[in-house]
Design a protein around this ligand. Structure first.
Ligand code: SF4
Length: 353
């Protein structure tokens, strides 16, 4: 984990940090809880990270090189979240701990201002929301993203944000201002619009229909926004009727693209998701065990089939075609073009779902 380690931090039963003098943090972490119902049962670990621009290892298949992750853990609590296992690096659990114990790099904006000003920084595109959601509930309190966006804007540094959080609209004006000087792309992830399933599988997230409203608002404001249709859950959200309903809703929101991504289950996420599945849909267990027996990914034939259906539906719905109401920001035209997200292989993006 770049820039921060946790090895020597322990939390006492009373909830106080018992961190010894830790050379890996600029200051010992502060452990905090808040009374408001929004944060009931949650603990925040405020840390001063040593660096904030993280280089993605070259072996990684993701289509970006640099990321900013102001948080660790995510109150959106998606059962399938691939980042769950990273919590175990912090001596925390990949299940409930991931949902309720969130690390906050409270010096992220200051650090970023310094790192962007370094002569060695070349202005490469920076991806956010690629590990955990930077617009999760904690951001409402800590407000790290405005400072981060302002710093990137000041340096005309291209960036992208992937989120399930409607809180991104709080920063709409900042995003519009950033899009005037650099490439800004955003994406929301909406794998399905089934309401009961949403409450069970993504219990801490805004309603998927609300997320699609976010997509519409961003595009209407001139901040381009697409949709990762992720994850598509075998046997739960992959019937032709369900796929059509989701793609229709995505099209109606004016998404600039849709990228289908089938569920993948890495260690950490696998155990947490499967425990939910066995309790709620035991009849699906044999199928899932078989599909994910050899790999974190579903069989390629299944992925190809589902993704082809989504692409057909998206084409029929006109997703990606210019809209008469499109407001393409002329200010972007002089800047370096980023790879269109739609051209990125779903398998690569599946690392982000
Ligand atoms: S999938 Fe995204 S929104 Fe859901 S818990 Fe993980 S980081 Fe948060």
């Amino acid at each position: 984990m770049a820039g921060m380690r946790w090895d020597s931090m322990r939390v006492s039963p009373e909830g106080e940090s018992t961190t010894p003098d830790d050379a890996l943090f600029a200051q010992p972490p502060v452990v905090r809880t808040f009374d408001s119902p929004q944060f009931a049962g949650m603990t925040f670990y405020e840390v001063h990270a040593k660096s904030i621009l993280n280089r993605v290892p070259a072996v990684s298949r993701v289509p970006f090189e640099w990321t900013i992750n102001p948080y660790r853990g995510c109150s959106h609590a998606c059962r399938y979240c691939f980042a769950r296992n990273t919590h175990t690096y912090l001596d925390l659990g990949a299940g409930l701990d991931f949902d309720t114990k969130v690390v906050v790099k409270i010096n992220a904006p200051d650090l970023l201002r310094r790192e962007l000003a370094r002569a060695s920084w070349q202005g490469q595109p920076v991806a956010m929301g690629t590990n955990v959601d930077c617009y999760q509930r904690a951001e409402g309190r800590y407000r790290l993203m405005p400072g981060i966006i302002r710093a990137l804007t000041k340096h005309a540094n291209p960036f992208s944000i992937l989120t399930k959080g409607s809180l991104i609209l709080r920063d709409l004006e900042l995003l519009v201002a950033a899009a005037r000087v650099t490439d800004v792309s955003t994406a929301v992830s909406v794998g399905f619009v089934d309401q009961p399933l949403w409450r069970q599988v993504e219990p801490g997230t805004p309603n998927p229909l609300k997320r699609l409203e976010v997509c519409r608002t961003l595009n209407n404001a001139g901040v381009r926004c697409g949709v990762l249709m992720a994850p598509i859950l075998p046997g739960l959200t992959d019937s032709p009727v369900q796929l059509a309903a989701t793609v229709e809703a995505i099209a109606a929101a004016g998404a600039t693209y849709v990228t289908p991504i089938v569920l993948h289950l890495r260690p950490g996420a696998r155990e947490w998701f499967m425990s939910w599945l066995s309790a709620t849909h035991p009849e699906l267990m044999p199928r899932y065990r078989q599909m994910y027996a050899k790999s974190s990914y579903a069989p390629k034939t299944y992925q190809d089939d589902v993704c082809a259906q989504v692409r057909e539906l998206a084409k029929a719905a006109g997703i990606g075609k210019p809209r008469t109401t499109d407001r393409t920001p002329a200010h972007n035209s002089g800047h370096r073009k980023l790879t269109p997200q739609a051209a990125v292989e779903p398998q690569q993006l599946s690392l982000l779902a």
